[in-house]
Design a protein around this ligand. Structure first.
Ligand code: 2PG
Ligand code: MG
Length: 412
């Protein structure tokens, strides 16, 4: 199907900041829109969003879409591979800084949506036309800190993984009860608490152990078994507090060398029911990642976010050096749908687990749920069960499970 029109324009994300949307009209009159997210704890090696001089607006990125990209795609077949090739030709830089990764991803996603629409199928089915779809296990935020919650805790997230659930519906039913119970318990231990960027609770904990115990108790209190049914996952986001070669945690008032922090993290995962840890070390502290991986049990999921930034070259290095055993996949760290998919496939082929992830600044768009499902990622991280920008993704997964032939991922 031929693209009749393609328009880029500025809209708002869940933090109330400008982001890019693209609407494609096909010659048969179908209209498809995609909107891109934006991170706060961004890695240095991510593809580069283009922001205007004020550091916020995306009008130049939209201008690039309308004046540089649209003339090459209007009148062409609506095809993802073709569109991404054109985008690479127009901006051959590896980080998409010329046109802006927010511009390239918005176009790439809109073309993906419109291609599926042209075929009369979902985005998930565009990538997996036949057979049961794999619905990923949700990794759900309960407590937030770091850059997402005014640094109420040094670390960024304490999440739960409903590893014993037998369907996505059951998994979400469990985690929403835990989130609600945690909010009730939080209200008892302090005055009004903050709802963080991803809908988690911004409770002020000065000790990571106390925060982990709070979430563990919140699980037990709703009658779920810790470990066999629900476990903990952490996103340390340690790049955020790595300065001059030291890990400095202001809230707990301690400073660590890389080796000391490796031991500190290893002790933490041993003492709590943690089955996944993200960014325990800083984005360029490669040797410490390998040291950590060799110290902890193989069963622990060691997840690279800022370490890999959904970048093929960095993933290849991580595989070669056994820096981790899982990768967080964020389309806007990469800038193109095809290349993001390629990174995920390389990780899967190397035996890495894959966790498709939203950003802390999101929109009501739900394409992430379809991509995760169509790409057969085993896990998905979208934030908490709070906020329409988050529930849009959970609800789309619930919809897919209700209407499609599916199976539920069991990565643990
Ligand atoms: C992360 C993400 C989502 P941000 O660190 O994993 O939680 O945060 O989008 O701010 O990078
Ligand atoms: Mg992260």
């Amino acid at each position: 199907m031929i693209i009749d029109n393609l328009i880029g324009y500025q809209v708002l994300d869940s933090r109330g900041r400008p982001t890019v949307a693209v609407t494609i009209t096909l010659v048969d009159g179908q209209v498809h829109t995609a909107r891109v997210p934006s991170g706060a704890s961004t890695g240095a090696h991510e593809a580069k969003e283009l922001r205007d001089q004020d550091g916020l607006g995306v009008l130049q990125a939209c201008k690039n879409i309308n004046e540089v990209i649209a003339p090459k795609l209007i009148g062409a077949e609506c095809d993802l591979t073709h569109a991404d090739e054109i985008l690479k030709k127009l901006d051959p830089s590896s980080d998409h800084h010329v046109l802006g990764a927010n511009a390239t991803l918005a176009v790439s996603l809109a073309v993906t949506k419109a291609s599926a629409g042209a075929k009369g199928i979902s985005m998930a089915r565009l990538f997996q036309p036949k057979g049961p779809l794999l619905i990923p296990m949700p990794m759900v935020n309960i407590l937030s800190g770091g850059a997402h919650a005014n640094r109420t805790m040094d670390i960024q997230d304490i999440l739960v993984l409903p590893n014993g659930a037998s369907s996505f519906n059951e998994a979400i039913t469990w985690v929403r009860a835990i989130r609600e119970n945690a909010a009730k318990r939080g209200a008892k231990i302090g005055p009004a608490h903050l709802i963080a960027d991803e809908g988690g609770l911004g409770l002020a904990f000065t000790s990571i152990d106390a925060a982990c115990e709070f979430v563990t108790n919140s699980i037990e209190e709703v009658g779920l078994q810790v470990g066999s049914q629900v476990s903990l996952a952490l996103d340390i986001a340690s790049t955020q507090f790595f300065e001059n070669g030291k890990y400095s945690l202001p809230t707990i008032g301690r400073e660590f060398t890389s080796s000391q922090f490796v031991s500190f993290m290893a002790k933490l995962v041993n003492e709590h029911p943690i089955i996944s840890i993200e960014d325990p070390l800083a984005e360029d502290d490669w040797a410490a990642w390998a040291e950590f991986t060799s110290q902890v049990p193989d069963s622990l999921q060691i997840l690279g976010d800022d370490l890999f930034t959904t970048n093929h070259t960095r993933l290849d290095r991580g595989i070669a050096e056994s820096s981790a055993n899982a990768i967080l996949i964020k389309a806007n760290q990469n800038g193109l749908v095809t290349d993001t998919h390629h990174v995920l496939q390389t990780a899967q082929a190397a035996g890495f687990r894959t966790v498709v992830s939203a950003r802390s600044g999101e929109t009501e768009d739900s394409w992430l749920a379809d991509l995760a499902t169509g790409w057969r990622a085993e896990q998905i991280k979208v934030g908490s069960t709070h906020g329409a920008d988050r529930t849009a993704k959970w609800n789309r997964l619930l919809e897919l499970e209700a209407i499609e032939q599916t199976e539920f991922a069991k990565p643990f």
